[in-house]
Design a protein around this ligand. Structure first.
Ligand SMILES: [Zn+2]
Length: 50
């Protein structure tokens, strides 16, 4: 599945210590994603391994 395109299924939301909104997503392949909505409007994405 080298060309696998991750499907991000929402796993819920949480709030960081900085007050930012964090969206947790997970692909059926097991990959997880954390999308952070910072107060300044930035939306950095950091794929992480589970
Ligand atoms: Zn995937």
């Amino acid at each position: 599945m080298a060309d696998h395109v991750h499907v991000r299924l929402s796993q819920g939301l949480s709030v960081s210590e900085d007050g930012g909104l964090i969206e947790h997503s997970r692909c059926r392949c097991g990959a997880t994603f954390t999308k952070v909505f910072d107060a300044d409007g930035g939306e950095p994405e950091r794929p992480t391994r589970s």
